[in-house]
Write a protein that binds this ligand. Structure first.
Ligand SMILES: Nc1ncnc2c1ncn2[C@@H]1O[C@H](COP(=O)(O)OP(=O)(O)O)[C@@H](O)[C@H]1O
Ligand SMILES: [Mg+2]
Length: 358
């Protein structure tokens, strides 16, 4: 996928911006507080239709303005699209090829970016829900039926929650049966993706850091069964507890992922640097899976990349990035020497973006 152009109106600190973009590696460089991350955020919004920095829309709209617009010409899965996002007050409108977007599945199966950013990294590290949604979003693209199955599970869970809240326990058995059918395919897909990532994870981790591995991604399903009958039995056992607490307390919405290096567990024992490098290895593994399985190359959005990493890791990463066919956007205070005559460079200064060579 390639963003051919980006247009902004009253987004963050940009009154107006029109940028033509090429393929390959792009740098947005400049001092702090100039609007580099805002640009990556806009690109992320074009692919994920939400920000990774805030859930509210107001911060995205330029102060003193009432509405913001983000436009992009996007080439993905062999087709050119026009995407427009309008934000006003609390409302968001998405136009895909000049028509209001009706099905989010249409979008989710075509647009994707892989993001490395300090804010998002800490969300990923601290919140299981963020990790689940990260892998789910990838699975929606990789497995054609996954989005539908996940929505179906969520519909069943919502219904169960309603019954539990209203204490209509008689109908629970039936909904637990629906749930027992819906759960195994989700667990199986999550397990399979984790396995595919693990085939690549250690290789990238070693290439970036030569650190002591082996790095491993663990997936811990809350209900660890692939047979609907066993899931059903387990749900029946948990039923009294759910009836007491009044909500649905078990299922794939409680699954967890964690990375380990031998006895070291990511959140507790990895150093900051190890966690960042491990996360990058995870992102690159996923990127390779997209390329190999779907011949699909998501955008790579790498925020403040070099300030976050040891020089040695940065150098290895640069080498790896040069070998990719993705469209890549990197923000940095300075373009490293090793990249000096490669990539397309833009200088960002107080909401102005100027071409600075390629
Ligand atoms: N809604 C907004 N309206 C106007 N300016 C904003 C808005 N949101 C953020 N900014 C400004 O954007 C700048 C930060 O941009 P950012 O892209 O995070 O900087 P950096 O270049 O360091 O990555 C700050 O000067 C901030 O005041
Ligand atoms: Mg920044």
């Amino acid at each position: 996928m390639v963003i051919r152009s980006l247009g902004l109106a009253d987004f963050r600190n940009y009154p107006r911006l029109e940028l033509e973009l090429g393929e390959g590696v792009h740098f947005f460089y400049g001092s702090n507080g100039q609007g580099k991350t805002n640009l990556l955020e806009a690109l992320y919004l074009l692919t994920h239709l939400r920000s990774y920095r805030t859930q509210r829309l107001r911060p995205l709209i330029r102060e003193e303005s009432v509405a913001a617009k983000i436009k992009g010409k996007v080439f993905t899965r062999g087709v050119d699209h026009k995407v427009e996002l309008e934000l006003f007050g609390q409302a968001k409108r998405v136009l895909l090829d000049q028509k209001p977007l009706s099905l989010s599945s249409e979008y989710i199966q075509r647009f994707f970016s892989i993001l490395f950013a300090p804010d998002q990294l800490s969300h990923f590290k601290e919140t299981p829900a963020e990790r689940r949604s990260f892998f789910d979003r990838a699975l929606c693209l990789l497995e054609p039926g996954y989005f539908g199955r996940l929505k179906e599970y969520e519909r069943i869970k919502a219904q169960k929650n309603q019954l539990l809240r209203d204490k209509k326990f008689k109908e629970l058995g039936l909904w637990n049966e629906f749930m027992a059918q819906a759960i195994p395919p989700l667990v199986e897909a999550r397990q399979a993706l984790t396995g595919e990532i693990n085939q690549r994870l250690e290789g990238y981790f070693q290439a970036f850091s030569k650190a002591k591995g082996p790095l491993h991604l663990g997936y811990k399903p809350d209900l660890d069964f692939l047979d609907p009958q066993e899931v059903s039995k387990e749900l029946q056992e948990k039923r009294p507890q759910e009836e007491t607490q009044g909500f649905c307390g078990t299922g794939p919405h409680k699954d967890n992922y964690l990375m380990t290096m031998g006895p070291k567990r990511d959140r507790f024992n990895f150093s900051q640097g190890e966690y960042r490098t491990a996360f990058l290895a995870l992102l690159f593994s996923l990127n390779q899976i997209f390329a190999e399985r779907l011949d699909y190359r998501p955008l790579l959005l790498l925020d403040d990349l070099f300030s976050e990493l040891d020089p040695e890791v940065s150098r290895s990463l640069v080498k790896e990035i040069e070998g990719l066919k993705n469209q890549v956007f990197i923000t940095t205070t300075e373009v490293p020497h090793s990249f000096a005559d490669r990539g397309i460079r833009y200088r960002v200064n107080q909401g102005l973006v100027t071409f600075a060579g390629n």
